[in-house]
Design a protein around this ligand. Structure first.
Ligand code: HEC
Length: 226
């Protein structure tokens, strides 16, 4: 009697151990456990940095095609050098109209990014300048600097010595809006009329120029069939 009981217990223990081994043998802690609806876990698209046979080197992550640019990227042709800055000052023009809205956005962005150093008035007396955290911050009215929109845009792209680049924080339009505001500050520091007035006056004189410009008139008549 007692031997059969022993045999039974032994069998039960053996079955339990066997079952435990079978259950544990397929367990892989690197993989998720049983997936009830696999589609909810496994994406149809390729996973970022995933390894798939159809890609070169089996790598999903690849370099962009040569000579392509990201959507929204605007190429900038001037070098990050003194010559580049001078060239940008001479040639590069603000393509956007000077309006109250653009100036207001420029003012806001300037307050966020530039005023800590350059000061709210653009006199070079921002809080980091007065606390002597940064030295050599110029006033926009500094005649030796020749502050013009193209130059402002250039230093926003590349920075200049102690000043960092703002290319990643701002887009193309925002940089020009900031440049408008900086020109406004410069005018105020010099006691001159703001850029809104001068640009309106400039636009008017431009259009009168076109009407009376003999070179333009000549070209027009040359184009006419004779
Ligand atoms: C960390 C402080 C700091 C901040 C922030 C800063 N600047 Fe400057 N900025 C400087 C310094 C310093 C110089 C002088 C660099 C030099 O000539 O070596 C300078 C120079 C300039 C100049 C003169 C360039 C020239 O032609 O000589 C302009 C324009 C300018 N900054 C505009 C801006 C604008 C716009 C912003 C905001 C987007 C800005 N700065 C943010 C420190 C700063």
């Amino acid at each position: 009697m007692s031997t059969t009981t022993n045999m039974k217990t032994f069998k039960n223990i053996a079955i339990a151990i066997f079952a435990a081994i079978v259950m544990v043998s397929c367990f892989n802690d690197k993989k998720p456990n049983y997936q009830y609806f696999p589609n909810m876990y496994e994406p149809v698209g390729y996973e970022t940095y995933g390894e798939y046979g159809i890609f070169p080197d089996q790598q999903e992550a690849m370099l962009p095609v040569k000579n392509t640019v990201p959507r929204g990227f605007v190429p900038y042709d001037y070098d990050d050098s003194t010559e580049g800055l001078e060239l940008a000052k001479a040639e590069l023009k603000n393509p956007y109209e000077v309006t109250e809205e653009n100036l207001a956005v420029g003012n806001q962005l300037y307050t966020v990014y530039c005023a800590v150093c350059h000061g709210d008035k653009g006199d070079g007396k921002g809080i980091l300048a007065t606390r002597e955290k940064f030295l050599g911050i110029p006033s926009y009215a500094d005649a030796g600097r020749n502050i013009v929109p193209g130059g402002i845009y250039h230093v926003e792209i590349y920075g200049l010595n102690a000043m960092g680049s703002y290319a990643s924080q701002t887009n193309e339009k925002e940089r020009w809006q900031i440049a408008m505001h900086v020109m406004d500050l410069k005018a105020a520091l010099n006691g001159e009329p703001g850029v809104l007035e001068t640009s309106k006056a400039g636009a008017m004189s431009d259009s009168t120029k076109v009407e009376t410009n003999p070179a333009v008139a000549n070209t027009a008549s040359e184009l006419e069939p004779k």
